[in-house]
Write a protein of this length. Structure first.
Length: 368
């Protein structure tokens, strides 16, 4: 009994020591949602009409808050949408849920994890939580291109997992399907699990979905937050071989999501034209704003996602533009560390919104 208590104390103390420097906090809603233009979190820029929820639940059969959800419906609709059998995908709590499950299942302390850098912050956070060694593949900041040879060298050092966002953010540098297959082959040769984050793929980049039938070492992660514009419902999914999906399912919670979120997602899966309409609006707005800012002499990175990274060349100008946007209730992402400290990231929306952003941008620059 005493030995067991000692073991428990030592284990808990080790966990406390390990996590004490990992600071996590909830993101506060500190934006003016009535006056503001939300461009700092890669969300849908335009709000849905207030009547939408009523429409969704009027068309929902079996509306039962008092029973556990039957998730066969969302799996059936997602199966048709993806043109995949259920054995090849698994629903999770956003992409976050899949990333956490992958760390829980496939890693042990001191395993090497390879990831593009900078990228989605949760890769590094989960790496710290699960005590893996986080190895970065950096960009060449003169041309904002990934150091691909460095990526290949580090794959050959046999990390446990390679997380490969395609497109990545904040720096969008996309891989073609041929490039992804080369990376997949190299990963297979070196026994590396390749995890491709396709959060932004529907805005123009390639998907690696068909590769899951050729390679068992690949997992594709997706979300309904970006192209579907539904970050509030917190649903994503993983696509992979039957073998890997079975492993993920073995570690799943009792229910992957909930009835209310499922109903919202199913509504849009049945109405793909609504999703495609907004995606096309975002693409037109992105291309409009990119062209306009380019004409002012600034470098703009972003052709296949829903955001633009703007290189303002000067840190002080960058700070002034960021603060000027705030005064106009335009929320963008700034305050990056070197070497991106001269850059702003902003989410794109329809042209009518991007015109307001550009007018504000020009006004602020004239005062600099």
């Amino acid at each position: 009994m005493v030995k067991n208590l000692k073991r428990k104390f030592v284990f808990e103390r080790a966990i406390l020591q390990h996590t004490k420097n990992i600071f996590r906090t909830r993101i506060k809603e500190d934006r003016n949602l009535k006056k503001g233009i939300r461009l700092n979190r890669n969300e849908r820029v335009l709000d849905y009409p207030n009547s939408l929820l009523s429409k969704i639940f009027k068309k929902t059969n079996g509306y039962h808050l008092a029973k556990y959800p039957d998730q066969s419906l969302i799996y059936n609709y997602l199966s048709k949408y993806l043109n995949l059998k259920e054995k090849n995908f698994y629903i999770s709590n956003g992409i976050d849920g899949s990333i956490k499950s992958i760390f829980e299942i496939f890693t042990k302390p001191k395993d090497k994890i390879l990831c593009l850098h900078p990228s989605y912050a949760m890769y590094e956070i989960y790496s710290k939580i699960f005590r893996t060694k986080f190895i970065k593949v950096d960009y060449d900041y003169d041309n904002f291109k990934l150091k691909v040879e460095d990526l290949f060298k580090k794959i050959k050092k046999k990390p446990k997992i390679l997380f490969l966002p395609n497109p990545n953010q904040p720096i969008e540098d996309n891989f073609s399907l041929n490039q992804i297959e080369k990376i997949c082959l190299l990963c297979k040769k070196n026994k590396v699990l390749l995890v491709i984050d396709e959060a932004y793929y529907m805005f123009g980049s390639s998907t690696a979905q068909k590769l899951i039938f050729k390679y068992e070492n690949i997992v594709i992660l997706r979300t309904f937050s970006k192209s579907f514009g539904l970050p509030s419902v917190r649903i994503g999914y993983a696509i992979s071989s039957e073998k890997i999906i079975n492993i993920l399912k073995a570690f799943r919670l009792s229910y992957e999501s909930n009835f209310l979120s499922d109903a919202v997602v199913i509504y849009f899966l049945k109405r793909k034209y609504l999703v495609n309409k907004y995606i096309n609006q975002v693409i037109r707005g992105r291309n409009y704003l990119s062209k306009k800012i380019n004409q002012l002499g600034f470098k703009v990175i972003g052709k296949e996602s829903n955001f633009l990274l703007i290189d303002l060349k000067d840190k002080k100008i960058c700070e002034k533009v960021y603060k000027g946007f705030l005064k106009d209730f335009i929320y963008v992402k700034g305050n990056y560390k070197y070497p991106l400290d001269k850059c702003l990231l902003l989410t794109c929306g329809p042209i009518k919104v991007m015109k307001k952003v550009f007018l504000s941008f020009k006004k602020i620059l004239n005062k600099c």
